[in-house]
Write a protein that binds this ligand. Structure first.
Ligand SMILES: Nc1ncnc2c1ncn2[C@@H]1O[C@H](COP(=O)(O)OP(=O)(O)OP(=O)(O)O)[C@@H](O)[C@H]1O
Ligand SMILES: [Mg+2]
Length: 495
C-alpha cells in the first residue's frame, strides 16, 4: 500500500511541482491550496505525513497543523518555509511539527526529510511498543493488570480510538480490559473478536461505530484462542498494514503475558499443594527403608565394637548418624505435607520455647553461644498446638544457632499485650545475617544457602504461625544478625 502524503500550499506552482515530485517518489499525494479541503481530507482518511506551507491566508501552517492534529494526533507534519522565517519554523517544531524545510528545496533535501520523518515515526512507534510490551510482560502477574497494560499499550502505539481485550471464560467472551474512549457498541467488537478467534488470524471489519473500522486479533494461548485483542478506529483512520502488523505483535505478546500469568496463578494455587503431596509420598516411601538401614547400621556398629575393630565401628557409627539426619529430613517433609489441622490444648508458650532451646542446643552444641531468655511473665497459658509450635520455633532456633556458627548471642523474648490479646515472640541472633536476596527468598519452599539444608524450616515455621492466625516476619542485616518475630493471637485459658 502506498504511503499517503498531504500537501497544502497556497502557491499553485509549488503545489504542482510537489505533487509531481512526490508522486514520482512513489507516494499517494493529496495536494490542495485550501486548508478546509485539507481538514476534510484528514477527516476522510488517514495520512502518513503532511507537508504544510507556513505562510498561507487566511490560516497559517501552524494553525492548520494544530487543527490537523486534533483530527489525527500523531500525524507527522513537516513545515515548509521561505528563508527568513526560520525562527517561526523553529517555533512550529516546538508546537508539534516534526521538522521544517526551507524553500526553495535544495537537491535531495525534500526526499531526505520525508524519508527521515517516516522512518523516525516508525522507529518511535517501535520503541514505544517495545517499552510498553516489556512493561506489560514484567508487570506483577496479576491478570487484570497485565491485560490493562496491553490494552493501554495498544491504544498508544496505534491510532485507535479504543482497545478492548476479550477473554474466553466458560464459553463466553468477556471484556477483561479496555483503554481509550468507551465503545459505543460492545456487540460489534465482540462479534469481531469471535470472528478473529474462529479464523485464527487478525481481521479487519468495516463495521465500527460511525463507519469506522474494527480490527481483531486472536490471542492464541497453547491449544487455541483464549480471547482477542480488538481495536476500533474512527472512519478517517483506516488502519494500514502497519497497524495490522502491530496488532498481531501485540496480541502475540498479550498471549504470552496471559500464559505466564496463568502459569503463575496455577503455581500459586495448585502446584505448591501438589508438590507437598508428592514430597509426602516420596518421604513415606523412603521412611521405612531408612528405618531398616538405621537398624542394620546399629547392629554392625555393635558387632564391630565386640570384635574390637574401632575404626570400622566408627565408620558404622557415621553411617547410622547420617541415616538419622536423613530420617529427620524425611520427618520434616512428611510434616509439611500433612493437611493443616491444629490440635489445640492448654499450652504454656514459655515451656514450648524452653524445650526448643534445649533441643536446639543439643543438636548444635556450642559453649560460646550465649542464650538469653527474656520472657514476659504476664503471658498466660493459651489454647495452642504445642507440637506444631515446637516444630516452628525449633526451626527458628536452629536457624539462629546455625547462623551464629558456634559463637554469639541468641535471645528469645516474649511480649504479651492483654489488651490486644497478642503475644510477640522475638528470636534474635547476632549471627551472619542474610543478604538481600536470601532475605527475599527465605520463606521460599526449598530455598537454602546451606550445604545440607532442605530449605523447609522457614516455610514450616510460617505455615504453623499462620495456622494459628498469626504472622511471622523477618528482618536481617548482613554480618550483624537476624530478627524473626512471630505475632500470635492468644486466647488465655482461664484456670
Ligand atoms: N537466623 C538466620 N540467620 C541467617 N540466615 C538465615 C536465618 N534463618 C534463615 N536463614 C536463611 O534462610 C534460608 C532458609 O531457611 P530455612 O530454615 O527455611 O532452610 P535451611 O535452614 O536452609 O534448611 P532446613 O530445612 O534444614 O532448615 C537459610 O538457608 C538461610 O540462608
Ligand atoms: Mg532452617
Amino acid at each position: 500500500m502506498k504511503q499517503k502524503i498531504l500537501v497544502v500550499d497556497d502557491d499553485a506552482a509549488i503545489l504542482e511541482v510537489l505533487e509531481m515530485r512526490l508522486s514520482a517518489m512513489g507516494f499517494d499525494v493529496a495536494a490542495t491550496s485550501d486548508p478546509r479541503k485539507a481538514l476534510e481530507a484528514v477527516e476522510a482518511s488517514r495520512f502518513d505525513l503532511a507537508l504544510l506551507d507556513l505562510r498561507m491566508v487566511p490560516t497559517d501552517g501552524m494553525r492548520l497543523m494544530e487543527a490537523l492534529h486534533q483530527r489525527q494526533p500523531r500525524l507527522p507534519v513537516v513545515i515548509m518555509t521561505a528563508h527568513g522565517t526560520i525562527q517561526t519554523a523553529v517555533e512550529a517544531v516546538r508546537r508539534g511539527a516534526f521538522d521544517y524545510i526551507t524553500k526553495p528545496f535544495v537537491n535531495d533535501e525534500l526526499r531526505a526529510k520525508i524519508a527521515r520523518t517516516l522512518a523516525t515515526r516508525r522507529w518511535a512507534r517501535d520503541r514505544e511498543r517495545l517499552l510498553t510490551v516489556g512493561q506489560a510482560l514484567a508487570s506483577s502477574g496479576v491478570m487484570a493488570r497485565v491485560l490493562d497494560s496491553v490494552a493501554q499499550a495498544t491504544v498508544e502505539a496505534t491510532d485507535a480510538d479504543r482497545c478492548v481485550v476479550f477473554q474466553l471464560e466458560r464459553g463466553a467472551l468477556v471484556p477483561m480490559a479496555s483503554a481509550g474512549s468507551p465503545p459505543p457498541s460492545w456487540e460489534r467488537l465482540e462479534a469481531a473478536a469471535s470472528a478473529a478467534m474462529d479464523k485464527g488470524v487478525p481481521l479487519a471489519v468495516s463495521d465500527g461505530a460511525d463507519g469506522g473500522t474494527i480490527v481483531a486479533s486472536p490471542l492464541v494461548v497453547q491449544h487455541g484462542p483464549a480471547g482477542a485483542l480488538v481495536i476500533e478506529t474512527s472512519v478517517r483512520l483506516e488502519p494500514g498494514d502497519d497497524d495490522l502488523e502491530l496488532l498481531a505483535l501485540f496480541s502475540s505478546q498479550a498471549a504470552i503475558a496471559i500464559r505466564n500469568t496463568h502459569d503463575l496463578e496455577r503455581l500459586r494455587s495448585g502446584a505448591v499443594a501438589a508438590l507437598g503431596r508428592m514430597a509426602t509420598q516420596v518421604a513415606h516411601e523412603v521412611k521405612n527403608p531408612l528405618a531398616g538401614l538405621r537398624l542394620y547400621a546399629h547392629h554392625l556398629e555393635q558387632r564391630l565394637a565386640r570384635a574390637g575393630d574401632a575404626e570400622a565401628k566408627e565408620l558404622a557409627g557415621k553411617i547410622a548418624g547420617t541415616v538419622d539426619d536423613l530420617a529427620s529430613v524425611v520427618a520434616q517433609i512428611t510434616a509439611f505435607g500433612r493437611p493443616p489441622e491444629l490440635h489445640r490444648t492448654a499450652t504454656s508458650l514459655h515451656a514450648v520455647l524452653d524445650e526448643c532451646l534445649e533441643l536446639g542446643r543439643a543438636r548444635r552444641p556450642s559453649e560460646r553461644v550465649e542464650i538469653v531468655r527474656a520472657y514476659d511473665q504476664s503471658c498466660p497459658q493459651a489454647m495452642l498446638d504445642a507440637r506444631e509450635l515446637k516444630k516452628a520455633f525449633l526451626n527458628l532456633v536452629l536457624n539462629a544457632l546455625e547462623a551464629l556458627d558456634g559463637a554469639g548471642k541468641l535471645t528469645v523474648a516474649t511480649e504479651y499485650s492483654a489488651a490486644a490479646g497478642i503475644v510477640v515472640v522475638t528470636i534474635d541472633d547476632t549471627g551472619q545475617g542474610m543478604t538481600e536476596e536470601t532475605l527475599a527468598r527465605a520463606f521460599d519452599l526449598f530455598f537454602t544457602t546451606k550445604a545440607t539444608g532442605t530449605g523447609l524450616g522457614m516455610s514450616i515455621a510460617r505455615s504453623v504461625i499462620n495456622l494459628h492466625a498469626g504472622e511471622l516476619t523477618v528482618s536481617s542485616h548482613e554480618n550483624y544478625g537476624t530478627r524473626v518475630q512471630a505475632r500470635l493471637p492468644l486466647e488465655p485459658v482461664t484456670k
